[in-house]
Each structure stands twice: as structure tokens, then as C-alpha cells.
Design a binder for this molecule. Structure first.
Ligand code: PGA
Length: 256
């Protein structure tokens, strides 16, 4: 990673109860005490804890941002159980995960849905973190880069964005998420370069950051900190869900 801003996104998924999420949020001042300034930490709790998270952010000394794990594509309407990007912004969220493979798989989110969600987030001034990645089969069949190209072009084709809108991509090989097997830091340069080149070619007027996610933990985090990898940060799931592990990751990222 370079000297510029680095990102750490903590995705708590549906792993914790509200009281557990609250306990973790209340420890953030301690967890982030040694955080270097250029490390941007974005915590993505479940929907039910977003209010706690934005309140704690407002009244504590911890410097972090709050992200949601999903949003709907419409601004408002008869969509029982859904939450709009605009509602998230009104709560104080600044980020939203879109296209996470768990939602692509378990909620059948197809390319049209994802494109619409991405647009809704941009319209609401909510910064999307758009997740892409290949399956094990794609990788075995040499189709990793074509899968990434397809996911990027389908999501961003005809997308309307404000000038200078940041594009934030999380590259997460589907087979590595939650598997305990991260993609080796030395092996991801090709994919990261490919994504960056695609963004430079097709969305040239927009700045971008590209993160890696998939089974990163406190033991492997240091491997990703070399500028050689080309990544701008990490999206961490299970290893971000305890005070001890999250503190370790923040300290290691703050050393680099
Ligand atoms: P993991 O999850 O770190 O538990 O593999 C990553 C993710 O949420 O994408």
C-alpha cells in the first residue's frame, strides 16, 4: 500500500446480536487509539445497529465512518422490509456495500439489481463499496479477469455520477470469503492491476480505490501492506468482529 489514504472496512455481516455490536462499537475509541491518521476505518454493522453506530461516532472520540451492508434501489415506496440509500444517509451512514457475493448468491442479486442499487447510492450521495470477484470455477477455468471485466462493465455502464465521484471497488474472490484461505498477497497483483486499468480506461475522470477482501485476518494482514500489491485497503469480515482481533489489525495497518 502507498502513503496515501488506506481503507479498512469491517463487515460484521449477520454475525452479532445488537448488544454485541454495541459493545464492540463502544470499544472503538480504544481499538482506534493507535490508528494512523491516513487509515480510514469504516464499520458496517447490521441494519439494527446503524443508529447506535452513528450515535457513538457522533459522541465518542473514535474517528471512523459508518457503512451499511446493503440498500434498496428505489428512493421510497412499497418495499416491505427494505431500506433506501436516502434513509441510510439521513441516519448518518456514508458508505454502503453493494454486490457482496453473499447477497449475489443468497438474495439472487443479479446485474440489473446491482446496477440500480449502485445508481441509487450515487444519487443519494452514499459512497458505494462495490464488491466483485470470481468463483472457484472461474479461476480454475482461467476466467478470472473476464469475470471481473463483466462485473465492472455491467455495473458501471450508463451509470450517472457526479464529477470526481470516488469509485471504490472491493476485489473479493468468492472462494476465499469465509473460507480461511485468502488469496496470497503475491498472487493478487494481476487482478488489482487489471481492475485499476479498467477503471482508468473506462472511468477516467473518476478517482478510484481498490481493496482486497477474503479471509484476511490478523496473521495475514501484514502480507497485504506492501505497496507492491497495489491495493488501497482491506475488507475484513470475521476477523473484524472481536475487539482483540480488530485492534490487532488496526495496529498492524497503522505500522505500515
Ligand atoms: P471474511 O469476509 O473476511 O470473513 O472472509 C470478507 C467479506 O465480508 O467479504
Amino acid at each position: 500500500m502507498s502513503l496515501k489514504k488506506q481503507y479498512l472496512i469491517a463487515n460484521w455481516k449477520m454475525e452479532l446480536l445488537p448488544k454485541e455490536e454495541r459493545a464492540l462499537l463502544e470499544k472503538l475509541p480504544l481499538v482506534l487509539k493507535k490508528k494512523k491518521k491516513s487509515l480510514k476505518v469504516i464499520v458496517c454493522p447490521s441494519f439494527v445497529s446503524l443508529v447506535s453506530a452513528t450515535q457513538i461516532k457522533k459522541y465518542s472520540s473514535a474517528i471512523f465512518d459508518v457503512g451499511a451492508q446493503d440498500c434498496h434501489w428505489e428512493e421510497r415506496g412499497a418495499y416491505t422490509g427494505e431500506i433506501s440509500a436516502k434513509a441510510l444517509v439521513s441516519l448518518g451512514c456514508r458508505y454502503v456495500l453493494i454486490g457482496h457475493s453473499e447477497r449475489r448468491v443468497h438474495n439472487n442479486e443479479d446485474e440489473t439489481v446491482l446496477r440500480n442499487k449502485l445508481q441509487a447510492a450515487f444519487n443519494a450521495r452514499l459512497q458505494p463499496i462495490f464488491c466483485i470477484g470470481e468463483t472457484r470455477d472461474d479461476r480454475t477455468n482461467g476466467k478470472t479477469l473476464s469475470r471481473l471485466r463483466q462485473q465492472l462493465s455491467s455495473a458501471f455502464s450508463n451509470c450517472t455520477m457526479k464529477r470526481n465521484q470516488l469509485i471504490c471497488i472491493a476485489y473479493e474472490p468468492v472462494w476465499s470469503i469465509g473460507s480461511g484461505t485468502p488469496l496470497n498477497a503475491d498472487d493478487l497483483t494481476k487482478e488489482i492491476q487489471f481492475i485499476k486499468e479498467w477503471l482508468t480506461t473506462h472511468l477516467s475522470s473518476h478517482p478510484h480505490v481498490v481493496l482486497y477482501g477474503g479471509s484476511v485476518d490478523e496473521r495475514s494482514v501484514s502480507n497485504y501492506l506492501s505497496p507492491k500489491t497495489g491495493i488501497d485497503g482491506l475488507l475484513v469480515g470475521s476477523a473484524s468482529q472481536s475487539v482483540k482481533r480488530l485492534s490487532k489489525i488496526v495496529s498492524l495497518m497503522s505500522l505500515s
